[in-house]
Design a protein around this ligand. Sequence first.
Ligand code: GLY
Length: 399
Amino acid sequence: MIDAPSLRPQSVSRPSVAVIGAGTIGLSIAWRLAAAGCRVEVFDRGPAGRGATHAAGGMLAACVETEPGEQPLLPLTRASQALWPSFAAELEEASGLSVDLRGEGTMVIATTIDDLAKLRVLHRFQSGLGLPVEWLEGAEVRRREPYLQPGVSGALYCREDHQVDNRKLAAALQRAVLAAGAIVHESVEVSAVAVEKGRAVGLRIGDRLVAADRVVLAAGAWSGRIEGLPPAARPPVRPVKGQMLCLRMDPRFALLSHVVWTPGTYLIPRLDGRLLIGATTEERGFDDRLTAGGQYALLEGAYRALPGIAELPIEESWAGFRPGSRDDAPILGACAVDGLVLATGHHRNGILLTPVTADAVARLVLTGETDPLIRPFAIDRFTAERSTGEHAQGTELPA
Ligand code: GLY
């Protein structure tokens, strides 16, 4: 358990909240609620910030990751992207820690004729959606990133797709959560949400009841495993495995400054000299073993784009679990159990969607209002009963 250094007095008019999951989503919600005067306790099955938050790449890629069929997610991803600069500044102020938000933007490069043709189609599609993407000819790409392989024939440049160091983000959030007066319980397995007469009254750790006025379920890929919920409130989330690795660049000689995507691989240069390479997408349940094929594919893709990596030492390899829902969109908001708020299923966008999720969930807990931005992502979209685009009656939280 991380003890709060100084617990702030909490407002008696505010609900007490138990948050399941101390990843970036759970911690940011806890931060907002504790800062608003709620008594907040966060519970995680492992160390705080060590799930998908630790494994992620930290790309804030609302534009580059948008492919045909993903338009419904755009209002949410773009809203969160716009929140990031102020969110990061506020968090750095509250925690005294940097999160290394970098603003060079993202390039998707083409190295073959086939890639070039596909990229032009993607450019037309994303431009048609009004996204801030622009086309760069090969010479301009190489001017901006001289160590990319000389055959780069063009790139899509997304100037607003920035990156943050997700591990520093987790550390800053933990510090801010504690400073706001919340308590974080680590390596504590929540067995169930405690539900009485259709209402969440807290959570269970073994036989022990931890009472709370509201419960927030933000347990990432593990969210569907929490017991005690009726089927309509149990988020249909599965683990989507991603392998990554990290190389160490010479601190005096960064090979890259933009985030760079090539088919099947992305490269993320950190301010501290690490160069992250990601990521596989695998349906393997909770099997977190690294595979030769997965690591080879990442290195091969990265080497084709940036041959200079051949000399760099490998610092770390890891695998994590994206929380994937049935439609790969998040599951947010109130549900069939009164007092229970879902904040899970963020799939490839957990870091990007952190600010908007934190604000919307805090608003829901504090006021009972569902932000229109998250309304399309309610769990009731998966239930047969749903007949209109509106949220079902009777599932709002009381203010
Ligand atoms: N958002 C990058 C990934 O999920 O691999």
